[in-house]
Design a protein around this ligand. Structure first.
Ligand SMILES: Cc1cc2nc3c(=O)[nH]c(=O)nc-3n(C[C@H](O)[C@H](O)[C@H](O)COP(=O)(O)OP(=O)(O)OC[C@H]3O[C@@H](n4cnc5c(N)ncnc54)[C@H](O)[C@@H]3O)c2cc1C
Length: 539
């Protein structure tokens, strides 16, 4: 389909590709200046669906194809050749419209490591002001928290008794209670604070796009798939995209800002001629800039779930009970409908931890979550998710074809590190989970074990359990790595090396996973990027 030049349209200063966690922030911050014209392109639809806004609706969003890219990894060599499901938001708000809303930043050492590794300007002291600027915490502001930012952060309005049992059991197992994982200390167990406002999901679209939507200098086009970034004489000049069956070529006067996320951003760079020259040529793509780092350095939190049947019918497993909860929610935005399902959790420093940081994160779910909830089990139960926070294995995103409509190839390469440390940590995750679930706080609920089917497995048995059951906990990052070395994809200003007028701003620029969930860190990155673009950042 030939691209139609968009001559009559205004010459936008910035084209933002992808209205996800990061893209919505940029669209808002850049269009604060009425003299700047911004075009925001989003491949997915508007975020009209009620299950996006009602927090517990996330359980129902799992299989909604219309708002999800529904990726699968390639066969994973160290996970018995299984392909793992990678949901990603394809809708205004991106993955923040389908995520579990846990508000977590990681710890200062994560960002100090970024800076020490070459991401100058991204140390904890540098990024804390941007976490605070984005945050609208209902508990108020202090040295670590913001209360006036667009991203609403709240305490849960509804907590299942099993979530309280988890916190009690973890305390019995020796882990301290922590009421603020983003406070002075991360370690301990407790309830998550969630990205919600008045009991509704506060996605990046709700936080940042809704207040900016009416600005005359911001245009949002949904159903618009960016197919290629046009590059002339080493400078990004615009974007070719399709919308409503028509191809458009939209020029950008200042910059193209790529916010497609950790899978799509490297794919679009490669489709635009920026990637490993050999790989591009193999797909018949003209090489603009030979950048082998594009798509490399893929990291994700692998997660192992321990499931038990519950003897009490208090879980979120029953659809009929949920319907009652939803009806109640619609009336007053309270009750189980306002739950993010993963209500409780925590951060634990295992006996294998190499430093003083927590290396295991828990998400406790008062329901049976097998295969992300896609496989329904009989009865009632509860699930303890545990993931290793700083995996050493690295994978990559590669092109499967030169067609923008085709999914790229995801080689997560979990558990591939030469020392086998990631597998050891996953076994440790399963052991600590078993220990917590065995505490007396669960006596009133504990039925029979589901996964693993026996609760006395040795290390070899647990390794087999991990290989057959571990799944993603949805935090891919690192595929357009930021750094000050030539092999990095973007520099610390997030400018793509080798091409002028093009930045990547999303989870893909993270040099390494932070110790926790990745939505708040991505929003922080975009807040700081907005200042870098506007020339307002401290350095
Ligand atoms: C099921 C799930 C649960 C999660 N739970 C949590 C949680 O509880 N807490 C937390 O902190 N994090 C969580 N995360 C992770 C977090 O949401 C992501 O890390 C974060 O949203 C990533 O932001 P991003 O801007 O990099 O990408 P995204 O938010 O995925 O945004 C990318 C956007 O770009 C669009 N796009 C891509 N390619 C194109 C193209 N070619 N043309 C036009 N548009 C395009 C996409 O449709 C999408 O809207 C979860 C994620 C998932 C999927």
């Amino acid at each position: 389909m030939p691209a139609r030049p968009v001559k009559a349209a205004p010459a936008y200063d910035y084209i933002v590709i992808g209205a996800g966690s990061a893209g919505c922030v940029l669209a808002n911050r850049l269009s604060e200046d009425p003299g700047v014209r911004v075009l925001l392109l989003e491949a997915g639809p508007r975020d009209w669906h009620p299950f996006i806004h009602m927090p517990a609706g996330l359980a129902k969003l799992v299989n909604r194809k219309g708002v999800n890219w529904n990726y699968d990894t390639a066969a994973e060599p160290h996970l018995d050749g299984r392909t793992l499901w990678w949901p990603r938001g394809k809708v205004l708000g991106g993955s923040s419209s389908i995520n579990a809303m846990c508000y977590i930043r990681g710890v200062p050492g994560d960002y100090d490591d970024w800076a020490a590794g070459g991401a100058t300007g991204w140390s904890w002291d540098d990024v804390l002001p941007y976490f605070r600027r984005s945050e609208g915490n209902t508990r108020g502001s202090d040295a670590l928290h913001g209360a006036d930012g667009p991203l609403s952060v709240s305490d849960l309005r509804h907590v299942n008794p099993l979530s309280h049992a988890f916190i009690e059991a973890a305390s019995q197992a020796g882990y301290p209670r922590n009421d603020d994982f983003n406070g002075a200390a991360q370690q301990g167990v407790g309830l998550y604070q969630v990205t919600q406002r008045d009991g509704a999901r506060c996605s990046s679209a709700a936080a940042y796009l809704a207040p900016a939507r009416q600005r005359p200098n911001l245009t949002i086009v949904t159903g618009a798939l960016a197919r290629r970034i046009t590059i002339e004489h080493g400078r990004a000049t615009g974007v070719i995209y399709t919308a409503r069956g028509t191809a458009f070529h939209q020029p950008a006067a200042r910059e193209v800002l790529l916010c497609g996320g950790a899978i799509n951003s490297p794919q679009l760079l490669m489709l635009s001629g920026i990637g490993a020259a050999d790989d591009l040529q193999a797909h018949g793509i003209a090489v603009v800039h030979d950048a082998p780092g594009v798509g490399a350095n893929l990291q994700d939190h692998l997660d192992i779930c321990t499931l038990w049947h519950s003897t009490q019918r208090v879980t979120y497993d029953r659809i009929s009970d949920l319907k009652i909860a939803f009806d109640y929610y619609l009336r007053c935005r309270r009750g189980a409908g306002s739950s993010n399902i993963a209500e409780a959790g925590g951060f634990v420093r295992s006996r294998l931890a190499p430093d003083d940081r927590a290396d295991i994160q828990f998400h406790f779910v008062p329901a049976m979550l097998d295969d992300h909830g896609r496989h329904r089990l009989e009865g009632d139960g509860y699930t303890l998710h545990a993931c290793f926070l700083r995996p050493r294995s690295r994978g990559r995103i590669a092109l499967a074809s030169a067609r923008p409509d085709d999914k790229p190839r995801i080689e997560a390469n979990y558990l591939s590190d030469a020392e086998g440390f990631d597998l050891k940590m996953m076994i440790e995750c399963a052991k600590v989970s078993r220990d917590i679930l065995a505490q007396s706080a669960f006596d009133a609920y504990r039925g029979t074990p589901i996964f693993p089917a026996r609760d006395d497995l040795d290390d070899a048995g647990l390794a087999a359990f991990v290989r057959t059951k571990a799944e993603s906990v949805y935090h891919p990052v690192g595929t357009c790595r930021m750094g000050n070395d030539d092999a990095s994809v973007v520099d610390p200003q997030l400018r793509v090396r080798g091409v002028e007028g093009l930045r990547v701003v999303d989870a893909s620029v993270m040099p390494a996973l932070p110790g926790g969930n990745t939505n708040a860190p991505t929003i922080m990155i975009a807040e700081r990027a907005a200042d870098l673009i506007r020339g307002m950042a401290a350095r």
